[in-house]
Design a protein around this ligand. Structure first.
Ligand SMILES: [Zn+2]
Ligand SMILES: [Zn+2]
Length: 893
């Protein structure tokens, strides 16, 4: 079965980075994050000479990069003054670069006073700074307590009638608050004409820091009438103030605000509401607020439990502790709360001991365990079967089978739960012999295995790809007079999906129904996820029909899985229909729908959905921003990309992950801002991974930039030396520059490293059959007819202007040979077969395991035009939707 899941960058060719870039003797230089475009620099004088040369040079496009490396050169030689000058009089910068400069400066041992000295010198000479530079200067003034310089900057701004932007204004407020007290800060605020959200929040926080509680609450009221939005941080602090002040009415008002603006999904806000009510001695209101919170994290459990404990409701606190434990609360918290309750006079029983013990094992802190063990001994609880069962269970969950065995064999009067725990531990690990042995032992001791016992065997066999043995267990269940239930069958199905055995999964699905076992939502979701992951849209549609007939569509998980499947399959209209029909849309529904639009380059639709979602009060998470940024990336919307990237942290306090950075690099690179993309990578706090460098390399192919391509390839081949796709991409770039020597060297290095070129395949589903076209193995039985049709197609589209792109073949052979190679590309064959076998009007859906080549991409565009067909092609990197001679990727891939 061909549909193996693959990540975009996981397919390719291998050798060391040194071999790629230069001769085999070349030893890789030590890389600082900033590369040196001018080779190695050994002395400060050579830095200065180089700098002089650059200044004399006519303007070149990668000035930002040059500034960056000059700045770094100066820093490395300890010339902090020159480094600062480069930065101050350098070129367009943003806050990101400023912050990274300050960090670099400090990491080389620079003293921030020097930055201020340089600033003063330039300022006296009459150099004008932009608001970004001034903001940074003010921030340094604040940190170094240079109040007078800060005031001078302010006076100068006023004199010049300088437009004070929000950041500058905030920096001023913070400075004044610290040195002249809150009144000075309030004055700056009142004098700022543009009172944006950010500024309101700053001033409220400043007043709270200065313990001006009433003033802060008053400002919050004014802020609301100005329709400014309070950040989560501000709301939390205000609520804390209401707790401290015992200001119940104000607290209730803020609670109202939180409800009105849909901020209830924020756990830290909810926790503050709980504490606020508790501090106002309104335990019942605290409990209501707690119960209405969707996700309880450890802080929320802490706040409610301590509310009960503080208000002398120990039993209530204990009940909550139990609830917390069973809902998966953190063990540390269970223990902390356990101890504090004990010291408050609570006497634990066998049940509470179990919770505490589970916490100890969960934490793996066996010293703490001794403490509790001592208690067990004193309380004569040692042989309590429940304590032991939970111990066995927890050891297994913590991957300590041997410890679980010890406890198990020392337990007297074991109940069936204990037996089942250990058996499932064995099957999960694939230790089927041990499991069977235990099963026999269990029977000898007179305990009859139940369905739970058998199902753990079914699941174990099925997950390790041994579906025949799993089926044998199903038959064993039947022979014992028991009936396999939905759990047994779902285990069968999910094991098959896990092992990409989709046909068997479907087979078991129908067998289960024949045996009158009703599937549940987990069964359906498992199948739908498998269809989405492998682009099996036809089967997915059948399961959709099934869910409709059996009334599963109200199930939110199934609806979400449907959106995901149709979205990935390019049936956006159907996805949207499912989406629209959901009454209470959850965050995953929104995310899946946005992602569906994003992958096919419908950026605007993603943004519209995002706005709609915010209006309904659903709060975005990191996945939402991945969808937004992917939307920008696939539609080439650079400005929107920056907007969402910035908003993520400032408005929602979500830290960007490597995925988000990778989207941004891809976006900048594809749009042709390769230097900016490099700058961005240097400013990323995490180490750039293969997805980031892969995006740069692909962008270099698009914009034919061989210099940056070599930098990207060097990094990429260091991170993924065995990924042949990277080599293929670099060879492609070399071949467009006719650098066949380099292509050959790459190939040799691949051979030397033993990098395998994977089998390339494309497939298409026609009716119930999947037709695979592969570079290896058997050829398709109708190959002759397919080629005949393909040649006709090609001559047809040549009349429309199509020209074969022989640059896509990186073999140094003559052009007619290259043409032959191009025509044998698997995606061309699959598309042609689709045209032959499907009716006009129905879209063609092809899946390919590696990146589509330039020529096939062009061919697909022309075919969509000539034959008036939609073509969906999912390749190793992304999704393409061809229609009327164009592709949804707008030729950026
Ligand atoms: Zn091709
Ligand atoms: Zn495309």
């Amino acid at each position: 079965m061909p549909p193996r899941s693959h990540s975009p960058s996981s397919i390719s060719l291998g050798m060391s980075e040194a071999q790629l870039v230069s001769s085999p003797q070349f030893s890789p230089p030590k890389f600082s994050p900033f590369f040196h475009p001018f080779g190695e620099i050994r002395t400060l004088n050579s830095v200065r000479e180089l700098h002089a040369q650059i200044i004399k040079m006519p303007k070149k496009r990668n000035l930002v990069t040059m500034d960056g490396s000059m700045m770094r050169n100066y820093l490395q030689f300890g010339d902090f003054e020159s480094a600062t000058k480069v930065f101050f009089v350098g070129f367009a910068r943003n806050y990101l670069l400023w912050n990274s400069f300050i960090e670099e400066f400090a990491s080389f041992g620079g003293d921030s006073h020097e930055i201020l000295a340089v600033f003063k010198e330039l300022h006296d000479k009459g150099v004008k700074f932009d608001s970004k530079a001034l903001t940074v200067v003010l921030k340094i003034c604040l940190a170094l307590m240079e109040l007078w310089l800060g005031m001078e900057v302010h006076a100068c701004l006023v004199k010049r009638g300088f437009h004070v932007d929000v950041h500058l204004s905030c920096a001023l407020i913070n400075l004044y608050e610290k040195y002249l007290g809150i009144d000075g800060a309030n004055q700056v605020f009142d004098e700022t004409p543009l009172q944006e959200d950010f500024l309101w929040n700053t001033i409220v926080m400043a007043n709270l820091r200065s313990e001006k509680w009433e003033d802060a609450l008053e400002l919050f009221r004014r802020m609301q009438s100005a329709s400014a939005k309070a950040t989560d941080g501000t709301i939390v602090k205000l609520l804390q103030a209401c707790g401290k002040l015992r200001a119940l009415n104000e607290g209730k008002q803020i609670h109202g605000y939180v409800i009105r603006f849909g901020r209830v999904s924020n756990t830290s806000i909810c926790n503050s509401i709980v504490s606020m009510y508790s501090r106002n001695n309104r335990l019942e209101l605290a409990r209501v607020a707690f119960d209405s919170t969707e996700d309880h994290n450890s802080a929320s459990w802490n706040s409610i439990i301590s509310s009960y404990a503080v208000n002398d409701c120990l039993n209530g606190a204990w009940d909550l502790l139990q609830e917390m434990e069973s809902s998966g609360g953190s063990y540390e918290n269970v223990l902390t709360n356990f101890r504090s309750l004990q010291s408050a006079g609570f006497k634990p029983d066998s049940c509470s001991i179990t919770s505490a013990l589970q916490a100890v094992i969960g934490l793996g802190c066996f010293n703490l365990g001794k403490e509790i063990h001592g208690y067990i001994m004193r309380s004569k609880l040692e042989y309590d079967v429940y304590v032991c069962t939970s111990l066995v269970d927890k050891y297994i969950k913590n991957d300590c089978l041997d410890k679980a065995e010890v406890v198990f064999h020392h337990t007297k009067n074991k109940n069936i739960c204990a037996w089942n725990s250990l058996i499932s531990g064995y099957t999960y690990k694939g230790l089927f012999d041990n499991a069977e042995k235990l099963l026999n032992q269990m029977k000898e001791e007179g305990i009859k295995p139940d369905l739970v016992t058998w199902n753990s065997l079914v699941s174990g066999y099925s997950m390790s790809g041994r579906s025949e043995e799993a089926l044998a267990v199903i038959n064993r269940i039947k022979s014992l007079g028991l009936t396999p239930n939905v759990v047994s069958w779902t285990a069968m199905i999910s094991g098959c999906c896990q092992n990409e055995n989709y046909m068997d999964a479907l087979q078991f699905f129908s067998q289960m129904q024949e045996e009158n076992v009703k599937p549940n939502s987990t069964t359906i979701c498992t199948l739908l996820r498998a269809c989405a992951g492998s682009s099996l849209l036809k089967i997915g549609e059948e399961i959709h029909c099934f869910s409709m007939r059996h009334g599963f569509l109200d199930d939110i998980y199934i609806a979400t899985a449907l959106i995901d499947m149709y979205g990935k399959g390019g049936k956006l209209k159907v996805a949207h229909e499912v989406f629209r029909n959901i009454k209470e849309k959850t965050l995953p529904c929104w995310n899946c729908m946005m992602m569906g639009y994003a992958i096919y380059g419908h950026g605007e639709e993603v943004f519209t959905l995002f706005d709609e979602m915010r209006k309904t009060g659903v709060r975005p998470d990191a996945i939402t921003f991945t969808a937004l940024l992917s939307g920008c990336k696939n539609s080439g919307l650079v400005m929107d990309g920056w907007k969402y990237f910035d908003s993520m942290k400032t408005d929602y306090n979500i830290n960007p992950t490597i995925e988000h950075y990778s989207c941004m690099v891809d976006l900048l690179g594809k749009a042709g801002f390769l230097d900016e993309a490099l700058d961005f990578i240097h400013a990323v706090p995490q180490k750039a991974d293969a997805s980031i460098w892969g995006a740069v390399l692909a962008a270099c192919r698009l914009h034919k930039d061989i210099k940056i391509a070599e930098i990207a390839a060097r990094n990429l081949l260091r991170l993924e030396p065995y990924n042949s796709a990277n080599y293929a991409l670099m060879m492609n770039i070399y071949s467009t520059f006719d650098r066949w020597g380099d292509v050959e060297r790459l190939k040799e290095s691949m051979t030397a490293l033993g990098v395998k070129i994977p089998n390339v395949w494309s497939w298409i589903q026609v009716k119930q059959t999947i037709h695979v076209f592969s570079t290896e193995g058997k050829s398709h039985p109708e190959e002759g007819e397919i080629y005949f049709e393909l040649y006709q197609l090609i001559s047809e589209i040549k009349k429309l202007g199509y020209v074969l792109d022989i640059n896509c073949v990186h073999q140094n052979i003559d052009d007619s040979e290259k043409e032959k190679v191009l025509l044998s590309h698997t995606e061309k064959l699959a598309m042609t077969y689709g045209l032959m076998k499907t009716k006009g009007g129905s879209p063609i859906r092809v899946v390919k395991n590696t990146r589509i080549c330039h020529d096939c991409h062009t061919t697909a565009k022309y075919i969509s035009l000539a034959r008036n067909r939609e073509i969906f092609l999912r390749d190793g990197g992304r999704f393409h939707h061809f229609m009327n001679g164009e592709c949804s990727c707008k030729d950026r891939w």
